[in-house]
Design a protein around this ligand. Structure first.
Ligand code: PAF
Length: 281
């Protein structure tokens, strides 16, 4: 496995593979890899001849008061995990390699990016769309892998790829959870042991909402109410949002008649965590 830092090195490697008729699966990440990322790499390895992983903490997707500086980093551990997963190449650029001195071109989206996380993170999806576009242009993969944990990101990337006719298949992969239900996230590392315990309220609240749906409730209000009520029982938790939206358009719904996404963001202390489930009709 090779680790490269320049766009040129990625292009040379990928061109050589393509010349041999090999397929390329791509897993974009911000590093501090965990089993969630491992599952994306495993899916990529199962469906492609070569797997490329990018490790880049993208400054453009962080707001001015967000955790860009504290975002956890451990390249050695990441390298070992990628190696074990059978990745062929890690792309680990410096910010200057991705955003040159005169950088002023962005990829932006309306609609899907305005609700849910977009409300409290107004610059986030412009940063995600811009960096994912750049990474897809650099790596030119056949398939790219994104976790369902960032449900809005996955929906946004799917739409962007369709709207802008990008020649890549986007593969969504299920959320990977700890044994007690907490969705795996690099940001879980910010939690104290007390907060780690309190964070279980996210999956517990979603489970309560899912049970309502499974009992046949279709009105959004009682489903949202049980989720909110469960979260309010945890004193360390503060709701950022709890929403029930159409799984494709991400627009809020009053009633579940098509596939729906129940999504939430909750602060546990200073740490903002997200989780969700899709209810399939
Ligand atoms: O999900 C992430 O880790 C990031 O948003 C991504 C897709 C790597 C873009 O920076």
């Amino acid at each position: 496995m090779e680790l490269v830092k320049t766009i040129q090195e990625v292009r040379v490697a990928v061109k050589a593979w393509k010349k041999q008729g090999l397929t390329v699966g791509f897993v974009p990440t911000m590093g501090y890899l965990h089993e969630g990322h491992r599952s994306l790499m495993d899916a990529a390895a199962a469906q492609n001849d070569k797997v490329v992983v990018s490790i880049f903490v993208n400054p453009m997707q962080f707001g001015p008061t967000e955790d860009l500086e504290q975002y956890p980093r451990d390249l050695e551990q990441d390298r070992n995990l990628c190696e074990a997963a059978g990745a062929a190449l890690i792309f680990h650029p410096e910010p200057e390699e991705m955003y040159g001195k005169n950088f002023c071109s962005f990829v932006d989206m309306t609609g899907l990016t305005e609700g849910l996380c977009g409300k409290s993170r107004p610059v986030h999806f412009r940063g995600v769309c811009t960096v994912v576009t750049k990474l897809l242009h650099i790596v030119q993969p056949d398939r790219a892998y994104f976790g369902q944990k960032d449900a809005q990101q996955l929906a946004v990337v799917r739409r962007m790829v369709e709207d802008l006719n990008m020649d890549v298949t986007i593969v969504g992969c299920p959320i990977i959870r700890e044994a007690d239900g907490l969705a795996k996230s690099s940001r879980n590392t910010y939690l104290s042991s007390e907060e780690r315990q309190a964070a279980l309220v996210l999956s517990r609240a979603l489970k309560a909402g899912k049970e309502k749906l499974e009992q046949g409730v279709r009105e959004a209000e009682p489903i949202l109410a049980v989720i909110r009520e469960t979260i309010r029982q945890e004193p360390m938790a503060k709701i950022d949002y709890v929403e029930l939206v159409d799984a494709e358009t991400l627009q809020p719904i009053d009633r579940v008649e098509r596939d729906a996404l129940a999504a939430l963001a909750v602060f546990i202390g200073k740490t903002r965590l997200i989780d969700n489930f899709i209810f399939t009709i």
